[in-house]
Design a protein around this ligand. Structure first.
Ligand code: SF4
Length: 437
């Protein structure tokens, strides 16, 4: 059903508000203190002057029907745009005879700008395009970071994509492919940021765009970029390849600001809420209200920096850690990413090139070795970390841990030999801790 047809119907004297499907069960979801998605859908349904109002009326009708029968009535299919193999999630209704206006309700996954930096003008343009071709329903953002434009007829998918493309947007990933990436708001607005997240994000995704648009991997693969250990984009547990900012020298302490904080909050509060909350007991408060930090014990959890924002900040020797294999439930349950590269610098173009090359090694390994429908974390679990590290050409390092300070996964039976090799390697490497041999 084209939007022109929808428009005709909306312009008809049978305004949707007068012929709404009854939705007693959905109405229940509007009660209670929380905002309800049903109210949002009804707002779109009741926008009588918009072409999508009849579509939203039938959508609500189908949803009520689903609730009555406890069955879902959407099925997949194949819908795409020219030259692409992914990026559109097709949804065809199985009860189109009852609810014809919403018989096709596809979703366009569109990549957001790195760091989610939009202008209001750009957001208005996106809304205008979606009101013209789709349902008006937009979700900012999906778990992979996509802008989810939900509710489009097959006929309008290409038209909407063409207009999004004209203002600089591209489809994201779907299916067994590289997925849309996301980065936190980063150094543009956050003083905790330890590298240029936006540049790292763009460097990696621009390099692998083909993998996103033409699905050819065993299963999905996600990159995510967080500027510090607060991990605002959930990289460690949602990304196959998580780049998380950190620093390797001492954190910066402004003792005057510490004193001001203690004077305002009180010693008891500071001890209870900052010092005692440090997971590795790396902090102590002196009698003169200055702070001592045992930097070797600090695991960069970010707690004290988040609480004493003016007094504490990351050190000067900033970079990132790379963790591989995080994911939600699949074959072997939820997994956090495993530390593979404890520290890399991300400052110069060469540093970013090294990041891209390492990502290429990982993607190639994944493409060649993962079983169908297997995330890279599961491949690592299946073949074991020693084989995985050897395959991707990374030397074991005592900083590779499962839990900070407790369980280095590198065997230390031959500790002296391994330690010698480690220190030799450290001496060779100038800042960049990626084994290239
Ligand atoms: Fe302790 Fe975390 Fe602060 Fe480090 S960042 S000193 S681990 S609270």
């Amino acid at each position: 059903m084209s939007h022109e047809d929808n428009h005709d119907r909306a312009a008809d004297s049978n305004a949707p508000a007068k012929s709404c499907h009854p939705t007693p069960m959905l109405d229940e979801l509007e009660s209670g203190p929380w905002p309800s998605f049903i109210s949002g859908l009804k707002r779109l349904r009741d926008a009588d002057d918009k072409p999508y109002a009849p579509m939203m009326n039938d959508l609500l009708g189908q949803l009520e029907h689903s609730y009555e029968n406890r069955l879902g009535y959407w099925k997949g299919g194949t819908v795409s745009v020219f030259g692409y193999g992914g990026g559109v999630i097709p949804r065809f209704s199985e009860v189109a005879d009852k609810f014809p206006e919403s018989k096709e309700f596809h979703t366009l996954r569109v990549q957001p700008p790195a760091g989610y930096h939009y202008t209001t003008d750009l957001l208005r343009q996106l809304c205008d395009i979606w009101e013209k071709y789709g349902s008006g329903l937009i979700a900012l953002h999906g778990q992979s970071g996509d802008i989810m434009f939900q509710g489009c007829s097959t006929e309008n998918v290409q038209k909407a994509f063409d207009e999004f493309n004209e203002i600089g947007f591209d489809l994201g990933g779907a299916g067994p492919a590289l997925r849309t990436s996301m980065s936190c708001v980063g150094h543009a607005r956050c003083e905790k940021s330890c590298y240029d997240e936006v540049k790292a994000h763009r460097s990696v995704i621009n390099e692998f765009l083909d993998e996103m648009h033409r699905p050819a991997l065993p299963y999905k693969f996600k990159f995510k970029f967080s500027g510090c250990g607060n991990d605002c984009v959930n990289a460690i547990h949602r990304a196959d390849f998580a780049v998380i900012g950190t620093w390797r020298d001492d954190m910066k302490v402004d003792q005057e600001e510490v004193k001001k904080y203690v004077a305002k909050a009180g010693r008891k509060y500071t001890i209870d809420h900052v010092i005692a909350m440090c997971p590795t007991r790396a902090l102590s408060l002196n009698d003169d209200d200055t702070l001592e930090v045992d930097n070797k014990s600090c695991v960069r959890c970010m707690h004290c920096l988040n609480v004493m924002t003016k007094a504490l900040s990351p050190g000067d020797d900033k970079g990132a850690s790379i963790l591989v294999g995080g994911k939600r439930a699949l074959k072997i349950g939820d997994m956090m990413g495993t530390m593979i590269i404890p520290f890399i610098k991300l400052q110069t173009d060469e540093d970013h090139q090294a990041l891209v090359e390492f990502a290429r090694r990982l993607i190639d390994f994944f493409a060649d070795n993962a079983l169908e429908h297997e995330r890279i974390g599961e491949t690592m679990d299946r073949i074991g970390l020693p084989a995985f590290l050897e395959a991707i050409g990374v030397d074991p390092d005592p900083n590779m841990v499962n839990h900070p300070r407790t369980s280095c996964y590198v065997r230390t039976d031959d500790f002296t030999d391994e330690a010698e090799k480690y220190f030799e390697r450290k001496a060779r490497e100038a800042g960049l801790n990626i084994a290239a041999d």
